[in-house]
Design a protein around this ligand. Structure first.
Ligand SMILES: [Zn+2]
Length: 624
């Protein structure tokens, strides 16, 4: 069905592209050469940047009206085309950097008969005359009534344009002027930048993960973020007091990420970058992050110790404890240390202990003056996603991802199978709780969502921690689903998530597990921290909830506003609709094939029967 819709969209665009598929030639323009040939040195030309490994973005997709050109409603007249200020120069910067460009545009004026395909072609020709060539044009000719898969905020146009450009949505960034543009980007798993105009609604600005003042500003930040993950070739400008044991490449690197499982998971790409150039990687984490640390690829050893200047509920600073930690850190014998932190945390207390432990080279992000505590003091502007923020620190210390290792979340291979019979893959995981209650889905909302999912034909698996069992039992009962509350360790939970069709969750660990498996997320995101930094990373996502609620940017662990309004107003039907938009089918009639790699699932877990589970064997893989 979607392929047919795309074909319509392509034909209506009137341009030279055809959807990929049997019998179709690759959908590229005559002037487009192979991606690798177009990979200009521009982005990587800085004297301090080395190599040309994995990149964040291979293509930039742009909305048309209000983004590239001034919005003239239902314009069929090429004479009325007016580029926005600075558009030509900004687009030429992207072209020079080797990024491919596409236009993705809703043109419901076609469905409404306000202009013809011929007129639209003339407008597009005029746009290319003024702004230079685009590598693909994708247009949705429908209006909302059609219920198509291409009209933004549906992700169809983004997927189609990415395919035209020989890439995938997660390696694209979309620039647009309204919430529909950002919604389409996120639903496809792409990055989305909002460039507001006077018609952009305040709530759309509040909900966007990334906001730029104008098109040139968006382009500058795209290129900056692109460059920031490329490793510098000489990261240690000041000779250290002690020689490095085995040279800069190799040796033992201590990486640090304290706090919760989610914090550790989002540091995964940076740790993989370190592991690519180190002989041995030792990860210091907090007790709450240890289970996540053990799931990360590239980690050779985990040291768990609370850091009282990081923990949200810290114990006292104990002198003996600090001496013991310093001795433990000295025993690691690290040649260098990278201290990863979130934007509101300081690396400097630990840097002092690392100095006392004799670590010769230390890198961290610090706005505070570090004196001689840091050898690499890295700075990152606000708003950068946590995984990229950490990856940019690794790059500043000379560590880049291995060729072919994309900057996405990933877990070690071989995470265990689901602990119970959950039926075929494709169920919906609903995780109502959170360690921070300000980020949890209100119980009555979760129950309503469960009921709506069940009525829509979704198989629901409810997950939660040991202290959330009452909640998960109530929620699971409303859906006629499976209750796994308190019955999964993090590795088991990862296995459950890996085989899900989607995860419905607040801003908490399972959202990052889903991202690690490419499982779409319906994110009921309390705005206590920025969505752009903590939202599910590079995975198809629909964000729900009031992004402008009074708890915004408070970092509160307990909701400071009576009634938890940021999430309390979510209509369960919004979740059902989000799953539809993400292409997650209700899987009532699915019958799994015979089990393959995960045969003989257990019937009970921790003595609890699994009544209510669909009695179909678990199959391997999630099909993504
Ligand atoms: Zn459409």
């Amino acid at each position: 069905m979607r392929a047919a819709v795309r074909a319509v969209a392509s034909a209506a665009s009137g341009m030279t592209f055809t959807p990929r598929g049997a019998g179709n030639p690759p959908a590229v323009r005559q002037d487009q050469v192979k991606p690798d040939q177009r990979r200009s040195a521009g982005v990587f030309a800085g004297a301090d940047r080395a190599g040309s490994g994995p990149v964040l973005f291979e293509a930039v997709l742009l909305d048309r009206d209000g983004t590239l050109v001034e919005d003239v409603p239902y314009n069929g007249d090429p004479e009325k085309v007016r580029p926005v200020a600075g558009a030509r120069a900004a687009l030429d910067r992207l072209r020079a950097a080797g990024l491919r460009l596409g236009v993705v545009s809703n043109q419901s004026g076609l469905a409404r008969g306000y202009f013809s395909v011929r007129q639209m072609r003339a407008v597009h020709a005029r746009i290319e005359e003024l702004l230079g060539p685009f590598d693909t044009w994708r247009v949705c000719p429908h209006d909302d009534a059609a219920g198509c898969g291409c009209r933004k905020p549906a992700p169809g146009l983004v997927h189609a344009a990415a395919a035209d450009l020989g890439t995938v949505a997660s390696r694209c960034v979309l620039v647009g002027d309204i919430g529909r543009d950002v919604g389409a980007a996120l639903a496809a798993g792409a990055a989305g930048v909002l460039v507001p105009t006077p018609v952009t609604r305040a709530e759309e600005v509040a909900a966007a993960p990334w906001v730029a003042a104008d098109l040139p500003g968006a382009v500058a930040e795209i290129l900056r973020r692109q460059a920031a993950i490329v490793p510098v070739s000489a990261p240690w400008p000041q000779p250290s007091a002690r020689p490095v044991r085995r040279g800069r490449r190799g040796g033992t690197v201590l990486v640090v990420r304290s706090d919760s499982a989610g914090d550790v998971l989002v540091t995964g790409p940076a740790i993989r970058a370190v592991a690519h150039s180190a002989d041995r990687v030792v990860l210091l984490c907090g007790p709450r992050g240890q289970a996540a640390a053990e799931l990360l690829p590239g980690v050779d050893e985990v040291v768990a110790h609370p850091l009282p200047w990081i923990d949200p509920d810290p114990g006292p600073v104990d002198a003996d404890g600090m001496r013991a930690l310093t001795a433990r850190l000295a025993a690691v014998g690290a040649d260098e240390a990278l201290v990863f932190t979130s934007f509101h945390q300081s690396p400097l207390p630990l840097a002092l202990l690392l100095r006392m432990a004799g670590v010769p080279r230390i890198a961290a992000i610090s706005d505070d003056y570090p004196g001689s505590l840091l050898d690499v003091r890295h700075r990152v502007p606000p708003g950068v996603p946590e995984p990229e923020r950490a990856l940019s620190l690794a790059a500043a210390a000379g560590h880049g991802l291995a060729p072919g290792d994309q900057p996405t979340l990933r877990l070690a291979a071989g995470v265990g199978p689901p602990p119970v019979r959950l039926g075929a893959s494709g169920y919906v995981v609903l995780h109502p709780g959170s360690a921070a209650s300000s980020r949890a889905i209100p119980a009555d909302v979760a129950v309503g969502i469960a009921r709506a999912l069940g009525e829509a034909g979704h198989r629901v698996v409810v997950t939660g921690g040991p202290d959330e069992r009452d909640l998960t039992a109530e929620v699971a009962a409303a859906a006629g689903g499976v209750d796994l509350g308190g019955r999964t360790g993090l590795a088991d939970l990862a296995g459950v998530v890996a085989r899900a069709g989607a995860v419905v969750v607040g801003n908490t660990g399972p959202a990052h597990l889903a991202a690690a498996y490419g499982v779409p997320v319906v994110s009921l995101f309390a705005p206590t921290v920025p969505f752009g930094q903590w939202g599910p990373y590079r995975v198809p996502t629909v964000r729900l909830g009031d992004a402008a609620a009074p708890c915004r940017d408070t970092r509160a662990a307990t909701c400071p506003v009576p009634g938890h309004p940021c999430l309390a107003g979510i209509d369960p039907e919004e979740v059902v609709e989000a799953l539809r938009s993400l292409g997650v089918p209700a899987a009532t009639a699915t019958v799994a094939p015979a089990p393959t790699e995960y045969a003989a699932p257990t019937a009970t877990v921790h003595g609890t029967t699994t009544a209510g589970a669909v009695a179909v064997p678990v199959t391997g893989g999630s099909g993504r």
